[in-house]
Design a binder for this molecule. Sequence first.
Ligand SMILES: Nc1ncnc2c1ncn2[C@@H]1O[C@H](COP(=O)(O)OP(=O)(O)OP(=O)(O)O)[C@@H](O)[C@H]1O
Length: 291
Amino acid sequence: MSSTNTEAAARDTASPSQPAQLQTEQLSVTYSNGHQALQPNSLAFAQGEFVVLLGASGAGKSTLLRCLNGLVKPSQGKVLSSACGDIATAEARRAHRRQTGMIFQQHHLIGRLSVLDNVLLGRIGYHNSWRTLLPWSKDEKRMALAAIDRVGLLDYALQRADQLSGGQQQRVGVARALIQQPSILLADEPVASLDPATAEQLLTLIHSICKSDGLTAIVSLHQVNFARRFADRIVGLRSGAVVFDGLPGALTEAAAHGLYQRPDKAKSTQEQPQQALRNEPFRDAPLPSAL
Ligand SMILES: Nc1ncnc2c1ncn2[C@@H]1O[C@H](COP(=O)(O)OP(=O)(O)OP(=O)(O)O)[C@@H](O)[C@H]1O
């Protein structure tokens, strides 16, 4: 898909009834080693939308998510938040991060701390950096317990985080994001290290929380079946370029295969940009096992 077509698709698929809460404008990232991880893209994420990012390893999903949270600086273009404007300035970025919860594949919990203390760390954006030296307020502890209860771990609140299963630890990650009281939730392969049943439970939980709280969610996944089931909209990346942007029903088997093509095959597809979106199966392209 040419960048012009991609941009048009992005505009067409953003929910017209809801304003964009987060937008990229000609955003691209080239890392210091010269590798272009993201090619210019202009995407609009509507308020309350649940968007799934799909793409093979190295396609640029994490880079995009990290740009959306201000953790990676764009080489070109910008990230605009409806509440904070261009997040290029330190002040806007701080305000944007406060309203943006982030869930990581590897939890990023402190294993020796209790579930409660890990969740409370989600409040740090609301305080000065020396805040952890002081006791947390009763209100914040109450908020943390409510978040822990919401993810079904109240009985484990005082247990060390490293004594929990992978699925439980990821629930702690969700609670830590929720205590921020975010309006945007970014999740980078939140279920990649979980077994299929636990992954499904966790995604069901994240999806239902996002929908009931009206959060704008952008979630990267490797499981196309989960993307089809949970997403309002799927954005597909390949070699740093947005090559699919549309409703789950529009992601044909061929388009899904195209996202996971080997780079040598993808190269020939890029010479015929629309091929990945046609209903022609790529028989030699192995799909991830979770498909
Ligand atoms: N800090 C960095 N410096 C240089 N190259 C990087 C850096 N971070 C990522 N890359 C490269 O940029 C490309 C995109 O990486 P990214 O992590 O965004 O992909 P991804 O789609 O999230 O992959 P995965 O599904 O494996 O997490 C990859 O080729 C990766 O090796």
